[in-house]
Design a protein around this ligand. Structure first.
Ligand code: SME
Length: 158
């Protein structure tokens, strides 16, 4: 099966998400293995947006453990309420950090990371992990990312 993605350049961020989402839906459609699907989602997002780091942390025994990701090596475990990821998990809500130096308790897995967005991954009302995206640019993420990344995560919660 051909798995090449159509990657849009020189269009708005919104158009890039709109092009990517059905492709991700097709990639994970009918595949029950969560690791495989999270790995392909991280890879597809990296291919389209070329972010510094994009990947998942999964809730295991009351902590977040590093899951499928694309980018430099990262911290393996994060406690609830710690850093941006642990905060998103604890609050069960999306956290956008325009400047990581301004976020108390930010966990610097890589010094190049300057801004970040983290969304909880739900199974029903339970948070089972988070999607973390890091950029080497300040203020790289906004509500457009929050809306469309949520749509992508809804594909795996469905
Ligand atoms: N910066 C995150 C930790 C994960 S890495 O960025 C991949 C945080 O503060 O939770």
């Amino acid at each position: 099966m051909a798995e090449d993605l159509v990657i849009l350049k020189d269009t708005s961020k919104e158009q890039q998400y709109i092009s990517l989402i059905p492709q991700i839906a097709a990639l994970i459609n009918g595949e029950p293995d969560q690791t495989a699907n999270l790995a392909n989602i991280a890879a597809a997002l990296k291919e389209q947006f070329n972010w510094f780091w994009v990947g998942f942390y999964l809730v295991k025994s009351d902590e977040l453990v590093l899951g499928p990701f694309q980018g430099p090596v990262a911290c393996t475990r994060i406690q609830k309420g710690r850093g941006v990821c642990g905060t998103s998990w604890q609050r069960a809500e999306t956290v956008i950090v325009p400047d990581v130096d301004e976020f108390p308790g930010h966990i610097a897995c890589a010094s190049a990371s300057r801004s970040e967005i983290v969304l909880p991954v739900f199974n029903g009302s339970e948070v089972i992990g988070v999607l973390d995206v890091d950029s080497e640019h300040l203020a790289h993420f906004d509500e457009v990312d929050a809306v469309y990344l949520r749509k992508i995560l809804n594909l795996i919660s469905a």
